[in-house]
Structures are given as C-alpha cells and as structure tokens.
Design a protein around this ligand. Structure first.
Ligand code: CTP
Ligand code: MG
Length: 163
C-alpha cells in the first residue's frame, strides 16, 4: 500500500537531490545570451547545429551556479555532474530539435521539459546509483514545474514564449 507521507517524503527527497540541476537549468534564461555555443555553425541540412538559444555564457553560468548550489549542500561533485549534465541535455535537446526542423524557441513537448532531467540523471549516475523512485518522481513532476516556471518567466518578460 502507498503511504501518502512516504510518497510526499520521496517527492521532497528527489527534488532536493536534483536541485542543482534545476538551478543550472533556470539560470541561463536569466543570465544567458551572447555568443552561441555552436558559433553560428550550420549543418548540411541547412539548419543550425544548436541555434541561438544555446549560448556559452548560459552554459557557464548554469554549470557554475548549479555547482555552487551543490557545494553549499556539501555535494560538490554531484552538483557539478547534475549541472553539467542538465546543460548538456539541454544542448542535445536543441540539437535534436534542429535536426527535426523545429525552430529555436518553438515547442517540442516533453523534449523541452525532460532534456535536462535525462542529462542530469545520466551524468550523476556515473558516481552512484539513483533510486528508481527518484527517477520516476523527477520524470513525472518536472514537466509541470517546468511549465509553471516558464509561465512566470514569460509574465516577467524574461522569456518570449510561455513554454
Ligand atoms: N540559454 C542560454 N544558454 C544555454 C541555454 C539557455 O543562453 N546554454 C538561454 C537562451 O536565452 C534561451 C533561454 O535560455 O533562449 C531559454 O532556453 P531554452 O528554452 O532551452 O532555449 P530556446 O530559446 O527555447 O531554444 P531551443 O529551441 O533550442 O530549445
Ligand atoms: Mg525552449
């Protein structure tokens, strides 16, 4: 039988575990911009390698901020892997979108919300086993949290689109 307190506790633990990645994924939207990580490179399909939404500054700010948050939690290596993985996952997501012909900023449901979750989990799993319950919680809850944060960003005029 599922115990409600047990479920709530797992949700809080999973969220705390993944917090560096959430921070890493949020900061570029506020402090990112400037030179794109692909330096403007276009592939043979006529589309950008990653696009203007993936920038060097955003990448560095995200990894640095998420790692700093991890350090404050006494989890510096985990914090770094979660942050670096999150930003890497985000870049891979943009790469996939461009190959599918989806323009920068156009929505790709689930891919947009889960790219950084998959990236963060993949890299942090290199240094320890992640409970399956955390993985399920993060995959299920993140799309809702992500959408809520983006709607706030849109209302604050930090983002051009509410997704
Ligand atoms: N951002 C950045 N550098 C990164 C990641 C994000 O500067 N490495 C900033 C960009 O200003 C970007 C914003 O954060 O526009 C939101 O990120 P995201 O939604 O992932 O990018 P999109 O603009 O939607 O582009 P894409 O279609 O490639 O996802
Ligand atoms: Mg996007």
């Amino acid at each position: 039988m599922f115990n409600l307190m047990q479920v709530a506790s797992t949700v809080v633990r999973a969220f705390y575990f993944f917090l560096p990645a959430y921070i890493a994924n949020t900061l570029p939207g506020i402090f990112g911009g400037g030179t794109p990580l692909d330096f403007g490179k276009t592939l043979k399909d006529g589309r950008r390698l990653l696009g203007d939404g993936v920038t060097i500054r955003g990448f560095i700010v995200g990894v640095a901020g998420g790692t700093a948050a991890g350090a404050m939690m006494g989890r510096v290596l985990e914090g770094f892997l979660l942050s670096f993985g999150a930003l890497l996952g985000d870049a891979v997501g943009s790469f996939i979108k461009r190959r599918l012909g989806i323009e920068r900023g156009a929505p790709a449901p689930l891919l947009d919300q889960l790219n950084f979750v998959i990236g963060g989990l993949a890299l942090v799993s290199l240094v320890g086993q992640i409970p399956l319950s955390y993985i399920l919680v993060l995959l299920l809850i993140t799309p809702f949290g992500h959408l809520s944060v983006n709607i706030i960003g849109y209302k604050l005029k930090l983002k051009k689109v509410p997704w």
